[in-house]
Design a protein. Structure first.
Lengths: 346, 346
DNA sequence: CTGAAAGCGCTTACAG
DNA sequence: CTGAAAGCGCTTACAG
């Protein structure tokens, strides 16, 4: 077996010598360039095999000015209080897991590797910008966990290629993918009303987050369309606990149908109802949002509005790669249609 | 503001010219080398500020032979059937989120960036090895999701620096960190017995996974120490569903105390008991393992054996960095003590 | 304490 | 279709 970490690794030079051709030729076959004589291709591949050659990425990046990596960052404003699970808590959100998986799947075939970074402080945000400027990554795939988030603006200002997951919190010339949040809320309301609920309430996400805002507006519109008066909305923070707390308020107000703006809070809604001895979905029906693994963590399992995350992640990757090729040109956002996944909670 | 993506980025050369010193001097102050005249430090920092200089990572890596990144990989055997959430499912495990967070926190101060990779197929495993051999990462931090896992052996054979989370499935000269799984199982059993349970059952993880095996053995030993006869163990796959299924069997056998080998299955145990109309913890008490966010997803919340993941992650990073400096020397594993987190389920 | 010079391992015009 | 040569942007002995 060639090159077992023994001695120094084989270089292009070594391969060229063994194959008896120039370094340029080796480079051409390694990179699959056209117009190379079959004879040369063969002898070079031979030499690569016997030397165990693997191209040095740094050397290649230095000349091509392409790192072959994308920075995947989860950002948000400073959270002074850290949860008991530390910074990992953001990553531990099942929703993020699904997104990360989708991103990885769509990046891999294009041969770009995802570097993970958290950007919750000014210092960390600065590091994100530096990382790209030093050429360590070709661009950024950003998902904001909170709003307002200064990072998208900083990235745009620095001329860093970036694609966001979900609409930025203020107008910005930047590409993003998003689900049609209003349509999703409508799906939830229609379903709840169809099964007989009349006193509907919403547990919203943090007010400043655009997606949360859109879901609230969609909820209100859908209610109006049904000629129904919604209970006053109650805000949560996308956590299970906040979902429970918010739902208790709705319960006090007499809800019989809860639309939670994400699955974690949907789980919280189910738990809150059950802690009052209520039966879900008979006494209170609950619909969540996302279709994350959290939806299966409660009984009855959560009926939820599914975002086509994997598709959206693939589109994010595509938009970023496009942006790298033609640095000019506008970046238009892409909106995806949500679907309803009916399970036991509504 | 300097260098806004306009024109080409400033290089060492540019800084040197502006500062009126040699490139070597600039390099020295950029890297904080000692023995540089204060006068030079000052003028260089000045020039860096006005040029907006950021070192090119590829150029640096080419000469230092250090990428400044570590590959974080989740590996396992091929799983022919993919879950409804695709490959993201592995990452969506709340346990992994906590680990990833810990790894990131401990890597950051050492200025190494985590590149994420999944290695579920032979092809992906080969890519992991290549990635390090091409110099894109300095080493690997590996967590196996399943056993048997060929990757640790392949990495060792290729001479790639690697540290594992948890004991490998067969003897290997490789560093790893692990929790004292037997002690953890003992903690669970002692607690269950202390609260009056006598007919204890265990939901194990997949048989081949060393940690699952250790927890089972610890469980059996602890039972023996109490002079108790355990119910026949039932195996799960670390998922909520498998925990439910396994627990139904234990319930049929008349358990009054369940030790689940991870929190996901612990949640499943609680759900299974409740679906039979049983009250947790009065009729059946449940103890999980890990202390992941899943533990809070059910009511009553899960009593669980906590692994000091953040500490373990930090140690993984430390072991890897040490290994990079002195490529020789043995790597001894580190074992951590688990603690019991008492919540409502037991 | 500082600078001139070599060299890290590639890719890419440019001739031929 | 192929090769000689320049150059990407750094770091690091080596002199001085």
């Amino acid at each position: 077996m060639p090159e077992q970490g023994s001695g120094r690794a084989a270089t292009l030079e070594d391969v060229a010598r063994v194959a008896g051709v120039s370094r340029a030729s080796v480079s051409r076959v390694v990179n699959g360039k056209p117009d190379v004589a079959p004879r040369i291709v063969e002898v070079v591949q031979q030499a690569i095999a016997t030397t165990g050659y693997v191209p040095n990425r740094a050397a290649r990046a230095l000349v091509t000015r392409r790192a072959g990596t994308a920075l995947v960052v989860v950002s948000g404003a400073d959270r002074s209080v850290e949860g008991p699970w530390g910074p990992g808590e953001v990553l531990a959100d099942p929703f993020f897991g699904r997104l990360a998986g989708g991103l990885m799947s769509s990046l891999r075939p294009r041969d770009v590797h995802p570097v993970l970074m958290l950007a919750l402080t000014d210092d960390e945000r600065a590091r994100v910008v530096s990382y790209v400027r030093e050429g360590s990554a070709d661009g950024v795939l950003l998902v904001s966990a909170e709003a307002p988030d200064p990072l998208p603006g900083q990235l745009v200002d620095a001329g860093v290629p970036v694609v966001l997951f979900s609409r930025p919190d203020h107008a910005l010339p930047v590409g993003y993918v998003d689900v049609d949040n209003r349509a999703g809320a409508r799906l939830a309301v229609d379903h709840l009303v169809a099964r007989g609920c009349r006193r509907l309430g919403i547990v919203t996400g943090p007010l400043g987050v655009p997606g949360a805002q859109d879901r609230l507006e969609g909820f209100v519109e859908a209610m109006a369309a049904h000629g129904l008066e919604p209970l006053p909305p109650v805000a949560g923070t996308f956590s299970v606990d906040s979902g429970m707390a918010a739902t208790r308020e709705l319960l006090d107000a007499g809800v019989d149908g809860v639309f939670a703006s994400n699955d974690n809070m949907g789980v919280g809604a189910v738990l809150a109802a059950q802690e009052r001895g209520l039966v879900v979905p008979d006494d209170v029906a609950v619909v969540g949002f996302d279709d994350s693994t959290a939806a299966l963590m409660c009984r009855p399992a959560l009926t939820t509005v599914r975002q086509p995350i994997e598709t959206m992640a693939a589109q994010m990757a595509r938009l970023l790669l496009e942006q790298l090729d033609r640095t000019d040109g506008p970046v238009e956002p892409t909106l995806y249609a949500p679907t309803l996944v009916v399970r036991g909670s509504a």
